[in-house]
Design a protein around this ligand. Structure first.
Ligand SMILES: Cc1cc2nc3c(=O)[nH]c(=O)nc-3n(C[C@H](O)[C@H](O)[C@H](O)COP(=O)(O)O)c2cc1C
Length: 186
């Protein structure tokens, strides 16, 4: 292990894990507002702030989105979720859906990371979810965009499921061989 500086931010980044089992209880409004503030302060190219966020806390709607998703991709596609029986929103009570008019994937990714790290720092679990885009960006997803007040031609970019953890996931490997510090090129 490298000799690094530890503080709350660095430790939250290191300790964050993808959580795929959540308690049923909804997160508190103050926790939600903290995550929305973390999302708001994400950087964006030229400060264009292209992302529009809808936090869905409606369990019935999340279950219906899961059914629409599974009907589209198939009910035995573990590649899309951890288990083929697992809902696409991972049983979380709150899901942030991030949309933009263009392909602002970078901006959305940074916003998602802000949300996940902030969630970890206040003791919440989170899971970044791209797979639901298969539904949201298909004609079958247009009704959900409409219900969430998002124009049909806007793209879903990424989602983040958030809630109280009901599991402590194991640490996954990271490959340090992908990193190199070059003090001087030959
Ligand atoms: C861009 C992106 C998309 C992801 N999409 C999904 C997804 O659709 N469903 C899911 O269960 N996990 C998804 N994940 C979670 C990854 O599987 C997880 O981050 C990875 O396995 C590393 O585990 P860790 O986050 O615990 O370190 C996604 C993560 C990222 C960064």
């Amino acid at each position: 292990m490298k000799d690094i500086i530890h503080n709350e931010t660095v430790d939250a980044i290191i300790k964050r894990r993808t959580v795929r089992a959540y308690k049923k209880e909804q997160i508190m409004d103050k926790e939600l507002d903290t995550l929305l503030t973390a999302a708001l302060w994400a950087p964006s190219g030229r400060n264009s702030q292209p992302c529009h966020v809808r936090v869905l806390q409606d369990k019935k709607a999340l279950d219906e989105i899961n059914v629409d998703f599974k009907n589209l991709v198939g009910w035995d596609t573990p590649a899309y979720t951890r288990w083929d029986v697992n809902p696409v929103y991972q049983t979380a009570p709150s899901v942030f859906f991030i949309f933009a008019e263009g392909n602002s994937h970078m901006d959305a990714g940074l916003m998602a990371q802000n949300i996940t790290v902030a969630a970890e720092s206040i003791g919440l679990g989170s899971c970044i979810i791209a797979s639901v885009g298969t539904l949201m960006n298909a004609p079958e997803g247009e009704k959900w965009k409409e219900k969430m007040g998002i124009a049909k031609h806007w793209r879903f970019l990424i989602a983040v499921a958030v809630g109280y953890k009901d599991e402590e996931p194991p640490v996954k490997d990271r490959d340090e061989s992908h990193f190199a510090v070059i003090k001087q090129l030959p």
